[in-house]
Design a protein around this ligand. Structure first.
Ligand code: NDP
Ligand code: GDR
Length: 353
């Protein structure tokens, strides 16, 4: 019997990599899809439309179902039909800056949405069958209480997104403790990839670098260059989500590389990939990244990208995941991550110009 998995948010960065991993492992994979006025399946088209993904019975290896985290009835119906062994709750309004603009919707989706999912499993009497992974985040740590941050570090979220995810974290833990459910939190630090959304800082930088290299853009405007993050590779991180649900006990884990770099460093490395040596001049909103060879200003600060409250630095301690799950936090280095994203975007921009 094939194991059945349901991924909420399968069309997102992590959902697409996780779907690939679970197909590889022989799962029957189901995912939720939101209605949208334009196609939102770009990241999973290769799993859905192409002939080779059909199995012997000519069925697709990824099964898509319309649902929304704000709609309990859709979640209950889908879970009832599938009776999944594992649910990965990845669906979320995941942009921190945008959460300040749509705080109520962010809470509905990221906080109450998690509750709706847990309740659906409970209402259907699947508490003892279905294991649940909750996509928690390093944004829970927010204002730094200790460095590096580990499973025991106190939380201090700094955005409506972080606060909503804090509810998601605790309600998952509460359902585990109250009803004996196998429900766990993966506290994942930033992870990026070729499939990262284009408004997150990593992808915004690598796309701009590719466009500047091909003469399609003059300058890159960024917000806080001093922000520091622990950036890993999404493909490595989805493996850990699966490992957490295979563990013999339901436990929460921090997933990170253990290394921290600034937005400025990310930029410098990305430009170096196209042979441009950036020199940084000025301070605060006057700071500029200048091409050392030509003197051209390539990076400027635009305060519109500042956040009402910022998370200045995040660095995780992945020791528990390493020791208990046998996960390798340094599989893809920061340098390799920047390199692979720039390489991808050089091709991507060429193809779409
Ligand atoms: P993405 O933003 O790429 O994907 C989010 C997914 O959620 C998309 O499939 C999106 O659908 C879906 N979605 C959004 N709102 C709703 C809703 N109301 N109902 C149903 N589906 C919805 O995020 P990532 O893949 O990067 O992240 C996956 C999860 O992990 C998220 O919960 C995120 O908060 C969390 N996380 C991410 C980290 C990271 O660095 N990437 C780090 C820590 C946690 P659509 O495609 O239609 O927009
Ligand atoms: P983050 O990712 O907020 O950490 O959330 P993002 O890439 O948006 O920002 C990282 C840091 O870079 C600074 N920054 C900018 N950010 C964006 N988006 N655009 C800019 O122009 C810019 N300039 C500087 C930000 O201020 C911030 O400090 C991501 C999401 O995937 C969440 O869902 C997830 O939970 C966390 O990572 C862990």
């Amino acid at each position: 019997m094939k194991k059945k998995a349901l991924i909420t948010g399968i069309t997102g960065q992590d959902g697409s990599y996780l779907a690939e991993l679970l197909i590889e492992k022989g799962y029957e994979v189901h995912g939720t899809l939101r209605r949208s006025s334009s196609f939102n399946t770009g990241r999973i088209e290769h799993l859905y439309f192409e002939e080779w993904v059909r199995d012997m019975r000519q069925q697709r290896l990824v099964n898509l179902h319309y649902a929304d985290m704000t709609d309990s009835s859709s979640l209950i119906r889908i879970i009832q039909n599938i009776q999944p062994d594992e649910i990965y709750n990845l669906a979320a309004q995941s942009h921190v800056k945008v959460s300040f603009d749509v705080p109520e919707y962010t809470a509905e989706t990221d906080a109450v949405g998690t509750l709706r999912l847990l309740e659906a499993v409970r209402i259907l009497g699947l508490e003892n069958k279905t294991r649940i992974y909750q996509a928690s985040t390093s944004e829970l740590f927010g204002l730094v209480q200790e460095i590096p941050q580990r499973e025991t570090t106190p939380f201090y979220p700094r955005s409506p997104y972080g606060v909503a995810k804090l509810y998601g974290y605790w309600i998952t833990k509460n359902y585990r403790e109250s009803y004996g459910m196998f429900a766990v939190n993966g506290i994942l630090f930033n992870h990026e990839s070729e499939r990262r959304g284009e408004t997150f800082v990593s992808r915004k930088i690598t796309l701009a670098v590719a466009r500047i290299a091909q003469g399609l853009q003059d300058k890159l405007y960024l917000g806080n260059l001093d922000a520091k993050r622990d950036w890993g590779y999404a493909k490595d991180y989805v493996e850990c989500m699966w490992l957490m649900l295979q563990h013999d006990r339901p436990e929460d884990f921090v997933i990170a590389t253990g290394q921290m770099h600034s937005v400025r460093e990310f930029c410098t490395l990305a430009f170096a990939e196209i042979g441009i040596k950036l020199q940084w001049e000025g301070k605060g909103i006057e700071e500029k990244g200048i091409d050392k060879a030509t003197g051209k200003v390539l990076v400027e600060v635009d305060p519109k990208y500042f956040r009402p409250a910022e998370v200045e630095q995040l660095q995780g301690d992945p020791s528990k995941a390493k020791n208990v799950l046998g996960w390798n936090p340094q599989k893809t280095s920061f340098e390799d991550l920047v390199k692979l994203m720039v390489k991808h975007d050089m091709e991507f921009v060429k193809k779409h110009r």
